[in-house]
Design a protein around this ligand. Structure first.
Ligand code: X2X
Length: 341
């Protein structure tokens, strides 16, 4: 009975293509749709491309993941990715949980201001099995099988008006943010005027001067050539760094053989490792590369960083409670140990 229902559903959508000869006996789709906000010219989109290619090669084409950059499966609205995955529009996620806050806020644990202030702290968290097991269970409960975790990169402020050295310098600046309302609150706390918009809308808004500022990893700044959109000042304050989560919609995952599941998991782990390598190489070079474009880059001193942290502390506490108090406390403990080491 179940199978009849399944066949009916398939014939209405994908027709005979849903049964490539190679997958006889298994209900594999001809194509698994993967959403990424940015294309492979960016480290993040490249991670998606690497994953899809490894899966295709290692399954001899049984699992064909097709990348749809620009969040095109959700008409550019990256905040809808997770709900679209639940609805069957997206099969493979390769994204930042901050974007999915309105659907699964409990997954936004990595992005609180300065929670992992450097790569040493982030690596300790990502290598901590109890933390990651708990996180992966949340992903599973939310409707997807977590495969691997990459890194979207430390987010830095850029703007068209002036150097941002201290929180006060943000007063009155119109800044584009995305995803979690936490980002809006961080900016308001410092006197900026945050406005939420998708990545697709951000670039025209920067170009026209509708907004003065944005925050993104500098690899995104470089790949999107944001300096050409009037952004002349950058502050490398490393305030937030989301993971890049590779995950498969439960509905697709459960149709794959155990052998293919294993292949996909290993491919995801390999892709994430490569993707992190790309992001970190760019992170090491980004100040020089952005400066070479004629952009003023400020790298805060330790004392300046303290001021930023103190200013965002109340926002941190409020959002810790909103997002996932217990898991965030565990992450804090892991990070704390790296401070002493
Ligand atoms: O839209 C952004 O700023 C980006 C690409 O960084 C995210 O998807 C969070």
């Amino acid at each position: 009975m179940k199978r009849r229902v399944f066949l009916k559903g398939i014939s209405a959508t994908a027709g005979a293509l849903a049964f490539p000869a190679i997958a006889i006996g298994q209900q594999y789709k001809a194509e698994y749709k993967m959403s990424t906000v940015v294309p492979p010219a960016f480290a993040w989109g490249k991670g998606g491309e690497i994953f899809a290619n490894l899966v295709r090669e290692r399954t001899a084409g049984r699992i064909n993941i097709k990348q749809y950059p620009g969040s095109s499966l959700v008409q550019g609205d990256q905040t809808r990715e997770f709900s679209a995955m639940r609805q069957g529009v997206i099969d493979v996620l390769c994204g930042a949980p901050i974007n999915w806050y309105s659907t699964v806020r409990e997954l936004a644990v990595f992005t609180l201001p300065f929670i992992t202030p450097d790569h040493k702290a982030l690596d300790a968290v990502l290598a901590n099995k109890p933390v990651m097991d708990e996180y992966f269970d949340l992903v599973r409960k939310a409707g997807a099988e977590p495969i691997a975790v990459g890194e979207t990169g430390y987010r830095q402020i850029s703007n068209s008006k002036r150097p941002i050295i201290k929180p006060d310098d943000l007063k009155g600046i119109k800044i584009r943010v995305v995803g979690s309302p936490m980002y809006g609150e961080i900016m308001s706390t410092m006197g900026a005027n945050p406005t939420f918009m998708s990545w697709a809308d951000a670039q025209p808004a920067l170009a026209s001067g509708a907004v003065d500022a944005q925050e993104n990893p500098l690899e995104v700044f470089l790949a999107a050539k944001i300096n050409n959109l009037g952004q002349k000042f950058v502050t490398k304050w490393n305030y937030s760094n989301d993971i890049l989560l590779f995950a498969i919609a439960n509905d697709s995952w459960k149709t794959w053989s155990a052998q293919d599941q294993k292949i996909v998991r290993e491919a995801g782990v390999d892709a994430a490792k490569q993707q992190i390598g790309i992001v970190r190489k760019l992170f090491a070079e980004d100040v020089d590369r952005v400066k070479a474009l004629g952009v003023d880059v400020h790298v805060p001193t330790a004392a300046e960083l303290d001021t930023w942290q103190i200013t965002t502390r109340r926002v941190y506490a409020r959002w810790k409670a909103q997002v996932n108090t217990s898991l965030i406390s565990k992450i804090e403990q892991v990070v704390e140990k790296t401070r002493k080491a």
